[in-house]
Design a protein around this ligand. Sequence first.
Ligand SMILES: Nc1ncnc2c1ncn2[C@@H]1O[C@H](COP(=O)(O)OP(=O)(O)OP(=O)(O)O)[C@@H](O)[C@H]1O
Length: 266
Amino acid sequence: MTLPKSRSGAEEALIESRGLNIKIGSQTILDNIDFSIRRGEIVTIVGPNGSGKSTFLRTLLGGVRPSRGEIRRKPGLRLGYVPQRLVLDASLPITVRRFLGLPRRVCARAAAEALIAAGVPDIAQRPMAGLSGGQFQRVLLARALLEKPDLLMLDEGAAGLDQPGAAAFYRQIEDVRRETGCAVLMVSHDLHVVMSASDRVICLNGHICCEGTPEVVAEAPVYRALFGEGTQGALALYRHRHDHVHGEDCAHEHGPKEPEKVIDAG
Ligand SMILES: Nc1ncnc2c1ncn2[C@@H]1O[C@H](COP(=O)(O)OP(=O)(O)OP(=O)(O)O)[C@@H](O)[C@H]1O
């Protein structure tokens, strides 16, 4: 389905979901997800393991069919996707340049530009098997940028990188956003970085627990219940026992009713 033209003149969402419900077998993975993202926004989804983050991205990408609700895309929307993990056969003798041309051939110039935009201009002739974790992630980013995406989606794009590596990766994402104007939707566990690099954060746990600016979400009791206190920027992820009760309007409450101490996110 495509988005209708905006009557208000406000910028249309690139993609949005309304009342989205995803079931796999008899298990409800996601329920009642209302979401939208606009050009130039950086939105991060946080949530404990198994909370439905990847499933949500896959649903937006069209790989998972909603059981209920709808997804609407701006006509002609171009998506770029950096997957959570990609395992290449280490014995496969493939260079970065060749990898970027799979499964669709790309010209040398486009490949070079994508590598520059991803911050690794000099590695085109390097074997994929010899790349560091950070370089590998940037090649995946370059591959997503080849699509010239309106919306770049990253599923834990900085997974496996150390803190400085992850911070540098997210700075690169911000550069890409600034230079191309694309929107960015990312799943991340790097909460300390996320909190500084996002315009908006969505805390997911099968449903949207809270959302808003990083400052607002960091103060929300439900977020604190999920993620606890930070220790030198490395916040522990706790498996969430869903023991909080939402008020009628709490699912989309932007912030706590009473101010609380902001956790140390950084
Ligand atoms: N293809 C599938 N078949 C069965 N169950 C699935 C499938 N895909 C996801 N699930 C289940 O859906 C739930 C959400 O999984 P998902 O990968 O979306 O969570 P996540 O928040 O991205 O987790 P993580 O942080 O560990 O990557 C999990 O309970 C998972 O086991």
